[in-house]
Design a protein around this ligand. Structure first.
Ligand code: SF4
Length: 430
């Protein structure tokens, strides 16, 4: 990864109309938990392509004056970046929130600076997979792909739903289905037994920020699901077929439907990696799903400790212990188990959090950790986690290095890997 040990980017800030500037003297600052600090030399990388800039309303930009050694607050606004997929943020934007500031919407707000004619971000590329790289793919190709699907499967409601997602929301998984490549989405559930504070498919009126997608409004049949799976397998030689998408609730609440659809697919000669992205709340559904042919699960969590986990997931009718039991059950059933770790700099890389994660990985021998970014207003996260001691933070680089040393079999990435049908091991970096 291109990092730069001698770079000291300057502060980037914006005016009210969104014009972005780099400061001639003040240096870039970043934030890990409650700590505002200069970026670590080894965590800076050039801003990856397809990243997005955000102007932060009601938040003053903060910069470091190397002459005085002081943090300076600007009248102008702070700027953050949403790093493109496959990149984990190691530090967030540094700013002071003014009293009238609105809650920020559901994104991750990375720290950004400017030097040597380009923007720099505190992040690390954790996956070489190109499934969410769409630069160079004309929209026309996605439209043609969607039209072809609608022609081939006119009665399939799931196809109508997914082509809508591809063309309206720009959902990367739905676009890949239309393009017939990589991972296809299989949403099935309208309800969830968790109430995540940062849920992207359902937000209470008073949360102050909208959900980024609407939940699917119907329950597909097993035939409709199996048809979508077969269609994708006919186009992609390494198909990944994933239940548990952003536009639905918890897939395990539809375990019976999923088991029937996967059985239909496998009995018809269906090949590929069949995965469930889940909150892993219902361990007793997993043995039947494994028997039906589901060979991979991805367990979402913000913490591997009961307190911080339940503060964010607000489980309804299950508890953190059920999530741990699901991981053991899935491993016992021969499934490939990934964690979808919602990484928050300053908390997730805290010593106490690291210890708990190492203990869980060692006890369950789970296989893979997807290093995702927590997409929630940082001050909301810190407020929510107040009172849960995370210990001193070690930084993303140390977090990964130490975990690999302690659990040498563990692999890190960002996406659900395709599993080699013979070895059942992930095929990485394609
Ligand atoms: S588990 Fe998923 S669908 Fe359920 S509340 Fe959390 S983010 Fe939303």
């Amino acid at each position: 990864m291109a990092t730069s040990t001698h770079i000291q980017p300057t502060l980037v800030f914006a005016d009210e109309t969104g014009n972005i500037y780099d400061h001639p003297d003040l240096l870039m600052l970043c934030r890990r938990g409650d700590e505002i600090t200069l970026p670590r030399p080894d965590e800076l990388m050039p801003l990856p392509a397809e990243s997005e800039f955000f102007l932060l309303p009601g938040r003053s930009a903060l910069g470091f004056d190397p002459e005085t050694g002081q943090v300076e607050e600007m009248e102008e606004l702070a700027v953050a970046v949403f790093a493109s997929p496959a990149h984990t943020l190691s530090a967030l934007a540094a700013y002071r929130t003014r009293p009238e500031a609105p809650v920020l919407p559901l994104f991750a707000y990375g720290a950004v600076g400017y030097a040597e004619g380009k923007f720099w971000v505190c992040a690390r590329k954790v996956d070489q997979d190109r499934r969410q790289v769409f630069s160079g793919i004309p929209r026309e190709r996605i439209e043609n792909g969607a039209r072809k699907l609608l022609t081939e499967l006119p009665k399939n409601r799931l196809v109508r739903h997914l082509t809508g997602c591809a063309l309206t929301y720009g959902c990367p998984a739905a676009k890949n289905f239309a393009l017939g490549r990589f991972e296809a989405p299989l949403p099935t559930s309208r309800v969830c037994n968790a109430r995540c504070v940062g849920c992207i498919s359902l937000q209470p009126e008073d949360s102050g920020f909208p959900s980024t997608q609407n939940r699917i409004a119907f329950k597909p049949t097993e035939r409709e699901v199996a048809e979508v799976m077969r269609r994708h397998q006919s186009k992609e030689k390494r198909p990944i077929l994933s239940f548990g998408q952003g536009c639905e609730g918890e897939p395990l609440t539809e375990a019976e439907l999923i088991a029937k659809a996967v059985t239909l697919f496998r009995k018809g000669g269906g090949k590929g990696t069949v995965n469930i992205n889940t909150n892993a709340s219902l361990p007793d559904t997993l043995p039947d799903l494994a028997k039906a042919g589901v060979n991979s699960i991805r367990v979402s969590l913000n913490s591997t400790r009961k307190g911080p986990y339940e503060a964010y997931y607000r489980p309804n009718g299950y508890a953190f212990e059920d999530v741990v039991r699901s991981i053991h059950t899935a491993k016992a059933a021969g499934m490939f188990v990934s964690l979808n770790l919602l990484y928050f700099p300053g908390l997730t890389d805290g010593e106490k959090e690291w210890d708990a994660l190492a203990e869980l990985i060692t006890a369950t021998k789970l296989d893979f950790v997807q290093m995702r970014n927590m997409n929630l207003d940082p001050e909301l996260v810190l407020g929510l986690m107040r009172g849960h001691d995370f210990g001193p933070c070690m930084g993303l680089a140390n977090f990964l290095k130490r975990m690999k040393k302690t659990c040498p079999w563990i692999e890190f990435g960002y996406f659900n890997p395709y599993l080699d049908p013979q070895t059942k091991l992930p095929v990485l970096g394609k």
